[in-house]
Design a protein around this ligand. Structure first.
Ligand SMILES: Cc1ncc(COP(=O)(O)O)c(C=O)c1O
Length: 408
């Protein structure tokens, strides 16, 4: 009988055992294998470090200073139209890994446009900024390579270092002299890795001085520009371009499409020979399904919009500075923002969680950073500026954060 016309099995028919193999009766599951999770959960509770998912409705009444939609593009009609049109034309998924069926003409266009916008020779799009960082670090290193990594780097760069099996030396935060010293004691291949803008305090890395330290030893520099794209540099072309390093022969950048571009995905930007090497060796690229067409179409539309409306980048920087000025004027301790992230200190993890919850109850969504997401053990509220916030919304957000602040 042809397979198409085979009658369906009754619902309670157990699957037939493979021919010739006896099926042993299974003992009932006791769950004992996971009893240790109860201890881990109790420890999290004691330390005030429980995390919970909070699904948001499509029309949340909260004022959002927690997300990373820095330019207000995630729901911009041009961007959502770009995403929808791409899904209609190319399908809901990429259908395969990039080297098999998952590279569409849309991916190629996005790569060309991203490289041109940020000033690099070539680009490679991956399914997230996280996998882009894994790809860049692992493909550019080998067990004998020295990786010099800033102590404040994002978890995805840290995980890339761990996966690489290279020797990783963690150096003090934003310290080019420490990078220079670490490189001086090494012979052979070396790579310095840094965030362009650090996620926790929103401060910018000294990229020109880092490049200079790398060049003193012929080391490569990898910069994660996740928070710089769309915010820093001329028209939001990123921190690497602003530092005059985009397109340089020894500089590679990674970006995410999920923050300023309001979509999803990530990319590695750099010399064409670096990108060619990644295509051939980066496991988080090769063994991952290609970026969904809707995300590629959305990011492409956002990139074009930003090209037409470069003032969005300047506006988000102004909003961040305004938030910082108002919060510090009210007596709170906040780091001076170099980009869109404004970080406000909290006295403890528990106080940070309560503070964020009180803001939420008052109609304001803010982020909350606690150990282990903070390298120095200091908990913070994390506010993100958006280019589309009105002055009245900025004033209301500050009023709420100040009114709910815990006693120092
Ligand atoms: C500095 C930095 N790098 C990389 C990533 C990962 O990007 P994605 O969310 O696209 O995986 C993030 C996201 O939070 C980030 O803040």
């Amino acid at each position: 009988m042809p397979q198409d016309s085979a009658p369906p099995l009754p619902r309670d028919t157990p699957p037939a055992p493979p021919a010739g193999r006896a099926v042993a009766a299974l003992r009932p599951a006791s769950g004992a294998a996971f009893d240790w999770l109860d201890t881990a959960r109790a420890e999290r509770r004691r330390a005030g470090l429980v995390r919970t998912l909070r699904p948001r409705p499509a029309d949340s009444p909260l004022l959002d200073l927690a997300g990373n939609d820095y330019l207000g593009l995630a729901r911009h009609p041009e961007v959502t139209r770009g995403a929808a049109a791409a899904a209609h034309r190319w399908g809901a998924g990429a259908t395969g890994s990039r080297l098999v069926t998952g590279s569409t003409e849309l991916h190629a266009r996005l790569e060309a446009d991203l490289a041109a916008f940020c000033g690099f020779e070539a680009a490679l799009v991956l399914s997230s900024g996280y996998t882009a960082n894994l790809a860049a670090v692992t493909a550019l290193t080998a067990p004998g390579t020295l990786v010099v990594s800033d102590a404040g780097n994002h978890a995805s760069l840290i995980d890339g270092c761990r996966l690489s099996r290279a020797r990783t030396e963690v150096v003090p935060h934003a310290d080019p002299a420490a990078v220079r010293t670490a490189l001086a004691g090494h012979r052979g291949r070396a790579l310095a890795v840094t965030d362009a803008v650090f996620s926790v305090d929103g401060d910018a890395a000294p990229l020109a001085a880092l490049a200079d330290a790398c060049r003193s030893r012929d080391a490569a520099l990898l910069v994660d520009d996740a928070h710089g794209l769309g915010v820093l540099g001329d028209g939001g072309r990123g921190a690497v371009r602003a530092a005059g390093l985009a397109g340089d022969a020894d500089v590679v950048a990674t970006v995410t499409l999920s923050k300023s571009l309001g979509a999803q995905g990530g990319a590695v930007l750099g010399p064409a020979r670096v990108i060619e090497h990644l295509v051939n060796t980066a496991r988080s690229f090769i063994f991952d399904t290609g970026l969904a067409p809707a995300a590629a179409g959305g990011a492409l539309a956002a990139l074009r919009l930003l090209g037409r409306e470069p003032s969005r980048a300047a506006r988000v920087r102004r909003v961040a500075r305004d938030l910082h000025a108002r919060l510090t004027a009210a007596g709170l301790t906040a780091a001076r923002p170099d980009a869109a992230v404004v970080s406000v200190r909290a006295p403890s993890p528990e106080a940070a969680v309560r503070w964020a919850a009180d803001c939420r109850a008052a109609g304001l969504a803010v982020g909350c950073f606690r150990p282990p997401s903070v390298p120095d053990g200091i908990s913070r509220l994390r506010l993100t500026a958006r280019a589309d916030l009105t002055d009245a919304q900025i004033a209301a957000a500050v009023r709420t954060v100040v009114a709910t602040a815990p006693a120092a």
